[in-house]
Write a protein that binds this ligand. Sequence first.
Ligand code: FE
Length: 137
Amino acid sequence: MSSDKPRKVEKSDAEWRAQLGPERYEVVRNKGTERAFTGRFWDHHEDGTYLCVACGEKLFDSATKFESGSGWPSFWQPLDARSVETEHDRSHFMERTEVHCASCGAHLGHVFPDGPRPTGLRYCINSASLDFEKKQG
Ligand code: FE
């Protein structure tokens, strides 16, 4: 598991629990999935930057967000390839690629090879794992 790797931001389970609250904790630290069409950002259209809710790292630019119809905020590319990491996920009887924050290990969602151009990728991300910083001016 990549969670064994040293991270820029390290906290104890109790600290994450206290910081995130139960719903976010379930997604971010327990790799849960929020229900489709229930999160803050699946239908969010402002210009700005999406941050890791746990550590504040900048993860996705609104310019790469697209309408996937999935009910989760979807992006075709991370802001910086180094800011997110992936790992093979065989849970729930599926073969998927899990995506997490490189800085703190927060579970973000999954990436699928059915996205739009230019990358052909769909980063399907839980709103619960994200914060948003509106573009200034
Ligand atoms: Fe993070």
